[in-house]
Design a protein around this ligand. Structure first.
Ligand code: ZN
Length: 211
């Protein structure tokens, strides 16, 4: 998903070009994740290890992303499951409507999950999100001591799980969360791409109308 750098901001629709390349699984191993070497598998490599429960969870995140889009927000959705696989938190982007730079889907879902459990630590929980988490969200994920994170599309603009930064790979961190990417990446990325495509078209139209 690239594309759009301000995945969550309103600002620029993001440059259509380059970054767009790798939203989904299509993305070559380019931004290879957890490691620096070429031999390392990209997030797409994990795709085959996902089970039906993982896919179901990501489908919920996709539905939440659609809700964000319907609300005029950049379509990113996230869901948190407890250790038994029960949904305990849901969220979608609300940065624009909430005038809140921290209103990312992951943060919203984590807050709800922590409230549900009455604990800011969620050591058995997992989070599924349609777009690779940014540095802020990875920070929150680590503070919450999540067991596992699965994301859909890579984010070559602000992704902090391999694309731009690889925070989870930093060995000095006191908590390690397992991070896997590429689940339903094509679908997750396409939702973002079409959102920004339409937004750019709208802006162009407005400019023409003004002219
Ligand atoms: Zn974020």
């Amino acid at each position: 998903m690239a594309a759009e750098h301000d995945r969550r901001d309103e600002a620029s629709g993001g440059p259509p070009g380059t970054s767009q390349a790798s939203p989904s699984g299509a993305a070559p191993a380019a931004g290879n994740p957890r490691v620096a070497g070429d031999a390392e598998p990209g997030p797409e490599a994990f795709a085959e290890s996902f089970g039906a429960d993982d896919i179901n969870a990501m489908r919920i995140a996709l539905e939440l992303a659609a809700q964000a889009e319907a609300a005029g927000e950049v379509p990113v959705g996230a869901v948190v499951l407890d250790g038994a696989g029960k949904v305990i938190g849901k969220g979608f982007n609300c940065t624009i409507s909430g005038h809140d730079p921290t209103g990312h889907a992951e943060i919203v879902a984590l807050r709800q999950a922590a409230q549900a459990l009455g604990n800011y630590r969620l050591p058995e929980a997992s989070l599924f999100v349609t777009l690779e988490p940014c540095a802020m969200c990875v920070g929150a994920i680590l503070h919450a001591r999540l067991a596992r994170v699965v994301y859909g599309a890579a984010d070559p603009k602000t992704g902090a799980c391999h694309s731009v930064l690889n925070v989870p790979a930093i060995a000095q961190l006191n908590h390690q969360t397992r991070v896997e990417g590429g689940l339903l990446a094509q679908e997750c990325g396409e939702m973002l791409r079409s959102f920004f495509r339409e937004r750019r078209a709208r802006i162009r139209q407005l400019k023409q109308d003004d002219a």
